[in-house]
Design a protein around this ligand. Sequence first.
Ligand code: SAH
Length: 258
Amino acid sequence: MIKKIQIDDIVLLLSPDNKTFMVNIKEGKSFSSHLGMLDLTQAIGKSWGETIQSNLGNEFILMEPTVEDKLMKVRRLTQIVYPKDAALIIFKTGIRSGMKVIETGVGSGALTIALANSVAPEGKIYSYEKREEFIKNAADNIRYAGLIDYVEFFNRDARDGFDQTDVDVAIIDLPSPWYGIPSAYESLRGGGRIASISPTYNQVERSVQCMEDTGFVNIETLELILRNYQVKQGKTRPRDRMVGHTGFLTFARKAIAS
Ligand code: SAH
């Protein structure tokens, strides 16, 4: 049976000029866009791909948001992890449904959305962040994305350690990753993976040194460069704007000394 859109569903509205807006469908709620006011009640009972109209007669298409859409629509109070990096982190650390994953810091919760989406419905993300106001904003973002049930927050400095043991994966996105690496080692199970995200060379060098000293093995650092294209008949070329740099990713595994 094809699902019909219901109250509380999260919908991505696609405007005639190709802009997207993520909205939560509620009875009687309206959304004000650059192309007129939309009464969201119109969406209830419709199928994905159908349209609703603004009061100015513009048609918006009802799309199902992907995890990438949800991640990119967060309210940003910090730098975020981009989809290209989140996707590779999940693939290389082997995160899947049912796993226990520690993450620090939470920031705006963008990466948390991708992680929670991958461990649901059986697993959990244990998210450590030292600034309470960031946890609040991240929780709002994650709730809006429909993934709050798979995340538990801890308002704590990564240096003070994590409560969980035998976790499968630990993700470090800190300005000082070496504050989180020893704590991650303590909480990981043998063979568990760590991934660290850092924008600068000096952070990477110190992180790798710290991982070696702590007992991590199979250490690998890489950068993923993504270029988007504009495709038009006879005029196809790279887009002239791009995100030139996000961060370096370092991956490793926990070995247990004999
Ligand atoms: N991955 C996040 C962005 C994290 S930004 C996202 O995709 O949205 C880095 C975060 O680490 C900030 O929120 C900062 O407050 C937090 N942080 C910095 N030092 C910390 C520490 N020692 N312990 C815990 N969190 C810390």
